[in-house]
Design a protein around this ligand. Structure first.
Ligand code: PMP
Length: 420
């Protein structure tokens, strides 16, 4: 074991402040990174790794992009926390709100978890109900109300059973399961919370009509529809992915990208729901929420994202990767899913004749091919998702050569695995 890892383990459980970083699910030692620039992570020995994780999604511009780093440095020189109104906060809120009609008001928090937590509290206050309908395989943070109950690797100790009982589960892409849940819990469900594109059970795309069905059912049942866009917000287009998907939720959560790589979360939506915060009927706040440092990083990031052709270029890169993987896969005669939307992608080792629609379809895959893939890529100087069910990301700093090389290597490695 590396001495840095041993040292970390002494003071920090698993050695890091969030579980997947330990790389236990890929049987590998974690990287110990000293600095990061562009597409590279550089470890404490000076070895560089090409990154396909980008901090689990926030770093859409790559590591330490100049515009963002300078904005952070400038703001740091002028103060990192005011504890009062600041124009940067209003500016970022206005810019995010301007991306969709349904984002009438916004608030900032410090993480995606807090953003979801706040929307659920609002939904309960607004409806006077307590139940929360969510989907197997979705992830919305680690607080009791949305902790997963069905995972093989479930860590359920310490959860409040009463809070867990408020959870009602349905299956992604399965409208009938949502109807059943509402029938069984008539008048009890305050909110339906969903990742409009599911990014925590590998990568699962919504089937045509599924999100519209949720909209229709929520309207009929008087439940609040919450899109958790912590990953998808500003990842696929300048604004929430709901703009691409054609369904407007009542509330939306953001995180990751809008903070330019600093701690952030945000939520927003219908004024008549958000107003409960103004009327002081719902308590929600945070010492560091909306701090000028994060706001400066977010504004500098959005400046770049708003540039002409930014998302078209990311889509071009994503399409290039997909085409290259498919070309090599066909040449080797391998059978697996390569799922991609924009700059998010994942491998799912299930025959292509089986559609991937929900958690059970993803969970059915063997783990060995991904372990092979991860180990081979680590040796070749790449940092991939440290878990088979985490998607990976392309950034604006990922060059075409990296994508070509990645596709060729991936298929070559998988061809050596008997389970693929
Ligand atoms: N919602 C979704 C969809 C997420 O993917 C995540 C984390 N990856 C969260 C919420 C929680 O965000 P955070 O880790 O910032 O608390």
């Amino acid at each position: 074991m590396r001495p840095e890892v041993e040292r970390a383990l002494h003071t920090i459980p698993i050695g890091a402040s969030s579980p997947l970083r330990a790389c236990r699910n890929v049987d590998t030692e974690p990287l110990v990174v000293a600095e990061a620039h562009g597409q590279y992570l550089q470890d404490v020995d000076g070895t560089r790794y090409i990154d396909f994780m980008y901090g689990f999604g926030p770093l859409i511009l790559g590591h330490a992009p100049q515009a963002v780093s300078s904005a952070i440095a400038r703001q740091a020189a002028d103060g990192t926390l005011f504890g009062t109104y600041c124009p940067q906060e209003v500016e970022l809120a206005e810019r995010i709100a301007a991306t969709a009609d349904h984002l009438e008001q916004m608030r900032f928090v410090c993480s995606g978890t807090e953003a979801v937590m706040s929307t659920l509290r609002l939904a309960r206050a607004y409806t006077g109900r307590t139940g929360v309908l969510r989907f197997n395989g979705g992830y919305h943070g680690h607080f009791d109300l949305v902790q997963n109950k069905d995972e093989a690797r479930m860590r359920d100790a310490g959860l409040d059973p009463a809070a867990m009982q408020s959870n009602v589960y349905a299956e992604y892409n399965d409208t009938a399961s949502v109807e059943r849940a509402f029938a069984e819990h008539s008048g009890e469900i305050a909110a339906v919370v969903v990742e409009p594109i599911a990014c925590n059970m590998s990568l699962v795309l919504p089937e045509d009509g599924f999100l519209a069905d949720l909209r229709r059912i929520c309207d009929r049942e008087g439940a609040v529809l919450i899109f958790d866009e912590v990953i998808t917000g500003f990842r696929l287009t300048y604004g929430p992915a709901s703009n691409l998907l054609g369904v407007a939720p009542d509330l939306t959560t953001f995180g990751k990208i809008i903070g330019g790589g600093t701690p952030v979360g945000a939520f927003g939506g219908r004024r008549d729901i958000m107003r409960l915060l103004d009327e002081e009927r719902v308590l929600q706040g945070g010492t560091l929420a909306g701090n000028p440092l994060t706001m400066a990083a977010g504004l500098a990031t959005l400046d770049v994202l708003a540039g002409a052709g930014f998302y078209e270029e990311l889509e071009r890169k994503g399409a290039l990767l997909e085409a290259a993987v498919e070309r090599h896969r066909a040449e080797k005669g391998l059978d697996f899913h390569f799922v991609r939307t924009g700059s998010i992608f994942a491998f799912i080792f299930v025959p292509r004749s089986t559609p991937i629609l929900r958690k059970a379809d993803v969970a059915a895959q063997p783990h060995a091919p991904y372990t092979t893939l991860y180990a081979g890529f680590r040796k070749a100087g790449y940092h991939l998702a440290p878990d088979i069910e985490e998607p990976m990301y392309i950034s604006a700093a990922t060059p075409d050569e990296t994508l070509e090389d990645f596709a060729a290597r991936a298929v070559e490695l998988l061809a050596t695995d008997p389970n693929t």
